[in-house]
Design a binder for this molecule. Structure first.
Ligand code: TYM
Length: 329
């Protein structure tokens, strides 16, 4: 079985963007691949985190994956926490020593995040090396993500190719898997931007744990435009296109069918249908989420994932360690 791997940062509550770009893809592919699904808590501290909240977000995220349809009982499913596997940081260090600084500071996400603060940590710069380690330790062939992480997966590819050329065949070359619909769910209040977990605008993001009333209110007050025409045009009509995308992600409809259904109508009808679709999917998930949190199963799932991921990562790290000349022969 080929391997598929992805991670979602526990830096806040998961959004419908994370569902569209990450979780729903895992659910679709989980029967076909050996799947490594991990919580990148080490990535989360590239910006300040409250330790209590970080612990909580980790457990909540696992419960939410399962509530969304990730099946922890599949023998080919491995769910684990990044910091419980020390090989990620070890391999990242080796990559940091092989990646030119300029290659890291050219990353879109680094530019966007570093611009938000007067100072930033070195971890924010070297973050893509750690992400490359996350992927390459497991020879993952496919990495499902939203469009925002594509550049980081491409860097991981480049690192793998560079290492293979310099030290001999060490790593499989990973490919990003970007969904055709929902690769970038947009901020409801500022549709030029992607929807984010860490937004400060309370109406901008729909969280997977939002109550029905809140979901409806947020979608009904989403920013659109004033020309009153329903069509899919992400550049000129990002707000309306976002609503069509949300409707499609949550009903399984194509964008063309969604446009055909709503064109000629008002924005209110589209918003109501998008809200209905999100509510219909999220309400049963939230019920399941509470059952999982109360089931006491999460530790058992994470222990198994930790042990398996360490076993695979140890074998790869040993090869890399030898290849770069560390330690004794
Ligand atoms: P993160 O935590 O920001 O996002 C988790 C996943 O959700 C996707 N995503 C979106 N997709 C569509 N629309 C959006 N508005 C949206 N917002 C987020 C992301 O693309 C991602 O798939 N660096 C990664 C975590 C990571 C990782 C990895 C991923 C660490 N190591 C190795 C894959 C492989 C991140 O910050 O994702």
């Amino acid at each position: 079985m080929d391997r598929l791997l992805t991670g979602l940062q526990p830096s806040g509550t998961l959004t419908i963007g994370n569902y569209a770009g990450g979780i729903s893809q895992i659910v679709n592919y989980q029967s076909d691949y050996e799947t490594f699904l991990f919580i990148p808590d080490m990535h989360a501290i590239t910006v300040p985190q409250d330790p209590e909240a970080l612990h909580r977000n980790i457990i909540n995220a696992i419960a939410m994956y399962i509530a969304c349809g990730v099946n922890p009982d599949l023998p080919n499913m491995h769910i684990y926490i990044q910091s419980e596997n020390l090989y990620h940081a070890n391999l990242s260090w080796i990559f940091e020593c092989h990646t030119p600084h300029g290659e890291l500071t050219r990353m879109h996400q680094f530019k966007a995040k570093s611009a938000l603060h007067e100072t930033f940590t070195e971890g924010l710069v070297t973050y893509p090396d750690l992400m490359a380690a996350d992927i390459l330790l497991y020879d993952a062939k496919y990495v499902p993500t939203g469009i925002d992480q594509k550049q980081h997966v491409e860097l991981a590819r480049n690192i793998a190719i560079r290492f293979n050329n310099r030290y001999g065949e060490l790593f499989a070359i990973p490919e990003p898997l970007i969904p055709s619909i929902g690769a970038k769910i947009r901020d409801l209040q500022n549709p030029e931007q992607k929807m984010s977990k860490s937004t400060t605008n309370p109406k901008a993001s729909i969280f997977l744990s939002d109550p029905e009333k809140v979901i409806r209110k947020k979608i009904m007050s989403a920013v659109t435009d004033s020309d009153g025409v329903i069509k899919f045009d992400e550049e000129n009509k990002p707000g309306v296109s976002n609503l069509l995308t949300i409707y499609s992600v949550f009903t399984g409809s194509s964008i063309e069918d969604a446009v055909a259904k709503f064109e000629g109508g008002g924005y209110g009808d589209l918003k109501k249908a998008a809200a209905d679709a999100v509510v219909e999917k999220l309400m049963p998930m939230q019920e399941k989420y509470n059952d999982i949190i109360n089931s006491g199963r999460i530790n058992e799932i994470l222990d198994a994932g930790r042990d398996y991921s360490n076993k695979i990562a140890a074998e790869k790290y040993e090869k890399v360690r030898k290849a770069v000349g560390f330690g004794r022969i």
